[in-house]
Design a protein around this ligand. Structure first.
Ligand SMILES: Cc1cc2nc3c(=O)[nH]c(=O)nc-3n(C[C@H](O)[C@H](O)[C@H](O)COP(=O)(O)OP(=O)(O)OC[C@H]3O[C@@H](n4cnc5c(N)ncnc54)[C@H](O)[C@@H]3O)c2cc1C
Length: 436
């Protein structure tokens, strides 16, 4: 059976036992698909990508059917660290070397558009998801701190981005009293939010705009022709266009995408409320990500818990003790929390590409796909959904800029990519631990 994380780690039709699910806004159950439907556009996947595409298409007057195998927000969109970052996953200096200065500038502008789009959608649809400004990048070594400060200057000088505050060791420690970090940068233009509430809000807005959402409707086969025909266990949808928005949960649904986009698992834990101890974690209501190869990221929840993300795995199944997996890096950063109670621990599957940049592709004249946001999807997935909607409505410029990013297949194809990646990732994580 092809690698498919839709069924590997969760109860059918249920959200994971996460702090997000425990504190979400009321959830609507959308019916599963029975019988045949006809639409202008059919969308597979109800995360940020699919719901944003659906909403923008419906607002442009298209009839849309969206199918999700489980629930809207069941995937990474309802489980992630909630950080709404600036730009792209790769920093601008890397992009300038990769695609040249002109296209790097376009990618920066698209990244900024993505961030603004999320903020606008939250405001326009009155989505209660605790959007709060401020994401810090921190580092342990002097060389990495210097690199972050240089990057802050580069964004100011080359992109006119004036939202970065440089943190020396003292300022960093005042913000985050961990013994580990020695400095960093704080991006006031970035932000953090409750991701499940965002995705539920997008689903409500899409449904209100006329999108027919069907949950518990796994797409089993796609037939491309004069129209696209999509089959689930109990129904079919015929449409002029199809959007694939499955990211890490795609499995074997499309071979071209599966060879370029690889699922990896990442884990989050929510401690018990920390009370006065919270000030020993963060003194400002910002999110933090560090410059480790396997990034540690954390913030305080609005009920005073530490939400800590860290640890990855590259196989089909999550580890049995996710709390222990996350506790290890958490205790390295905050030794005083070694015995803190963990109330919730969960995993999610995201998708990466060889270049750690999204893979947007026109798979046929009628089928578009976007995925592989590599841990930077809150903004870029939402934006990719809008770019696909615009492309279907005849405005392809933004989509084409993203689709020009060179994205090569993983060596070994869908079958061998996981073991090879596991080897490579373990090597890089080991280098982190050894400080080389
Ligand atoms: C633990 C974790 C932490 C992260 N932290 C951050 C962060 O802080 N900031 C950030 O920007 N990004 C982060 N990310 C990445 C981000 O969450 C993703 O890039 C983004 O949510 C992808 O959205 P999506 O809509 O493309 O995919 P998903 O949200 O994964 O949605 C895919 C959907 O497709 C459905 N599906 C799949 N196959 C089928 C099928 N055959 N039929 C019907 N439906 C199907 C699934 O049920 C699922 O609901 C994180 C990811 C994880 C897992």
């Amino acid at each position: 059976m092809a690698l498919n994380l839709l069924h590997a780690n969760d109860r059918p039709g249920a959200y994971p036992d996460s702090w997000y699910a425990a504190t979400s806004t009321p959830r609507v159950h959308y019916p599963s698909l029975h019988g045949g439907l006809r639409a202008d556009v059919c969308i597979v996947g109800g995360g940020f990508t699919g719901l944003s595409a659906a909403l923008h298409l419906a607002e442009a007057g298209r009839s849309v059917v969206l199918l999700d195998a489980q629930r809207v927000g069941f995937g990474a969109s309802g489980r992630n660290g909630g950080q709404l970052g600036s730009g792209q996953r790769q920093d601008q200096q890397v992009l300038e070397r990769m695609v040249g200065k002109e296209d790097a500038a376009k990618l920066w502008a698209l990244g900024e558009e993505a961030k603004q789009l999320v903020k606008d959608l939250i405001a326009r649809h009155d989505i209660d998801c605790h959007l709060t400004p401020g994401v810090a990048w921190t580092a342990e070594g002097r060389r990495d701190v210097r690199h972050l400060h240089d990057y802050g200057h580069h964004l100011q000088d080359s992109y006119g981005y004036d939202q970065i505050e440089l943190l020396d060791a003292e300022a960093c420690h005042a913000m985050c009293p961990s013994p580990v970090y020695k400095g960093g940068i704080l991006d006031h233009g970035a932000g953090h939010l409750h991701p499940l509430n965002l995705v539920l809000g997008l689903a409500r807005a899409a449904a209100a705009a006329g999108v027919q959402i069907h949950e518990r409707s796994e797409v089993l086969a796609i037939e491309d022709g004069p129209q696209v025909e999509v089959r689930t266990g109990e129904g079919t949808v015929r449409a002029d266009h199809l959007i694939l928005a499955c990211n890490g949960y795609l499995g074997g649904l499309n071979a071209q995408v599966a060879s370029r986009v690889m699922p990896i698992n990442n884990f989050v834990a929510a401690t018990e409320p920390l009370g006065t101890e919270a000030a020993r974690v963060l003194t400002r209501d910002v999110a933090v990500a560090d410059s480790k190869f396997v990034v540690n990221y954390f913030r305080l929840s609005h009920d005073g818990r530490l939400l800590f993300g860290g640890g990855e795995s590259y196989g089909y199944r999550f580890p049995t003790d996710i709390a222990a997996k996350v506790r290890a890096p958490m205790t390295e950063i905050f030794p005083h929390l070694a015995d803190v109670k963990i109330d919730y621990a969960w995993g999610g599957t995201l998708a990466i590409t060889m270049k750690r940049l999204p893979y947007l592709a026109r798979l046929s004249p009628r089928i578009l796909s976007a995925s592989g946001y590599s841990g930077h999807g809150v903004g870029t997935a939402t934006h990719a959904g809008r770019l696909m909607a615009e492309a279907i409505c005849g405005q392809s410029e933004g989509f084409n800029t993203m689709a020009r990013i060179p994205n090569t297949p993983f060596p070994g194809g869908p079958r061998m990519r996981s073991p090879l990646l596991a080897l490579a990732m373990t090597w890089f994580a080991l280098r982190d631990r050894l400080g080389v």
